[in-house]
Design a binder for this molecule. Structure first.
Ligand SMILES: Nc1nc2c(ncn2[C@@H]2O[C@H](COP(=O)(O)OP(=O)(O)OP(=O)(O)O)[C@@H](O)[C@H]2O)c(=O)[nH]1
Ligand SMILES: [Mg+2]
Length: 387
């Protein structure tokens, strides 16, 4: 299997020095049994994976029994992966002869395409009065969001009120639950809890799963995950691609500030207002309040983070292939981010957790770029040949 983890990340500090990580919450064993028990009643299995980790998001323990059913593999969150690689991944999986589709659960056109593939999967049995589909996959890949999308395609506003619970943290769906997505024939979809394998083979897989949200952040630790993310972004040299967008954003900010100042100047003022203005300006000058960086202004946070990462990477004269150098760079970046985001020193170690959280939040909504964390086997081969 293609690891996709640059060699330098393999030996870094987030790999060592901590107690073994328990990736597998107890409810997943129960869910696995429930899924296996229902399987013989199912006409089509829809296995949902994450487009950013097409391999790593496959539950290996499921592959054997799923491959014996009619199956459609859905790579969801296609909006968050590298769009240039989607056609390559498509070719790669299609060559294996299994039906697959890349979708974005939040896009109606995408869900329509998915439904078309589901109909294809049910070919020859559409004359049955009732058909049953089961949606399975690891946590947080968007199983419930997909079901809601399918449900919404064929229902009135009132009926749409029945929704599968969707949430940004893994482990939202805890029970098997049915939803009707079609009449004549009646097609029901069974939502299932996300299930991981009990033993994650290696830490790289675990970190990739955690980074994409399949494992609760607290299991790995936000700071550790944030550091892993930084090392990953550096290894792909992502910050260099932000140069133009940073300059454009700064120019926009300057323009807006100037406009605001001009409007303010043009306003007629009473003597009292002028006095108040002068008093406030003096007070601000003597006692400058630190500007708080909040998520309400996400664009500004993105800009600060991108700038901090670009500046630190540009000034870095070490070797990105050397794990000690990379660790040193990540350390500098963590400090620079903490300073730029104005995360108080008084918070102590908790502050590093906040830095990690901010990074993870931005990454997961695509604001630090769209990446495939897994690498195509043929590309991995090329990488080996090149080094
Ligand atoms: N950007 C993006 N976000 C998505 C997509 N599909 C789902 N999400 C988001 O991913 C998160 C998880 O979605 P869920 O549908 O709850 O995932 P799940 O697989 O049912 O998760 P569990 O029930 O915990 O196993 C939510 O915040 C969704 O809004 C997608 O295609 N693109
Ligand atoms: Mg769910």
């Amino acid at each position: 299997m293609a690891s996709g983890v640059p060699k330098v990340l393999m030996k870094m500090a987030f790999k060592t020095g901590t107690a073994p990580i328990n990736w597998f919450p107890g409810h997943m064993a129960t869910a696995t049994r429930a899924i296996r028990e229902r399987l013989r009643l199912i006409d089509l299995v829809v296995e949902v994976r994450d487009s950013r980790i097409p391999y790593t998001s496959a539950n290996e323990d499921f592959q054997d029994f799923l491959s014996r059913k009619r199956r459609l593999i859905v790579f969801n969150k296609s909006d968050l992966t590298n769009p240039n690689l989607v056609p390559k991944w498509k070719d790669h999986f299609e060559a294996k002869g299994e039906p697959i589709v890349f979708v974005n659960a939040h896009c109606k056109e995408s869900i329509k395409l998915l439904f078309k593939e589901i109909r294809k999967g049910l070919q020859n049995i559409m004359d049955r009065p009732t058909l049953l589909i089961m949606v399975v996959g690891i946590p947080n890949v968007g199983k419930s969001a997909i079901i809601n999308g399918l449900h919404a395609l064929s229902h009135t506003e009132y009926e749409k009120l029945k929704k599968a619970a969707v949430g940004s943290l893994p482990g939202v769906t805890l029970n098997l639950q049915g939803f009707k997505i079609h009449s004549k024939p009646s097609i029901f979809v069974l939502d299932t809890p996300g299930v991981l394998v009990p033993n994650i083979r290696d830490l790289d897989m675990g970190l990739k799963l955690a980074l994409t949200g399949a494992i609760k952040d607290s299991v790995v630790g936000e700071e550790r995950l944030g550091r892993y993310l930084l090392a990953f972004l550096n290894s792909r040299k992502a910050p260099f691609k932000w140069q133009k967008s940073i300059e454009a954003a700064r120019a926009r900010e300057r323009e807006e500030k100037e406009k605001k100042e001009q409007v303010e100047k043009a306003k007629p003022k009473t003597l009292l207002e002028l006095k108040k203005q002068a008093y406030l300006a003096e007070k601000r000058a003597n006692n400058p309040k630190p500007e708080r960086v909040s998520d309400h202004n996400k664009d500004h946070v993105v800009l600060l983070v991108r700038e901090a990462l670009l500046n630190t990477l540009s000034n870095f004269d070490g070797d990105l292939e050397d794990e000690k150098d990379m660790e040193a760079l990540v350390d500098i970046q963590m400090h620079e981010l903490r300073r730029a985001l104005k995360i108080s020193i008084e918070l102590g170690d908790k502050g590093w957790e906040f830095v990690g959280k901010k990074l993870l939040n931005l990454f997961r909504v695509g604001r630090l770029g769209n990446f495939a964390l897994d690498v195509l086997p043929e590309d991995a081969q090329n990488q080996i040949q090149c080094t």
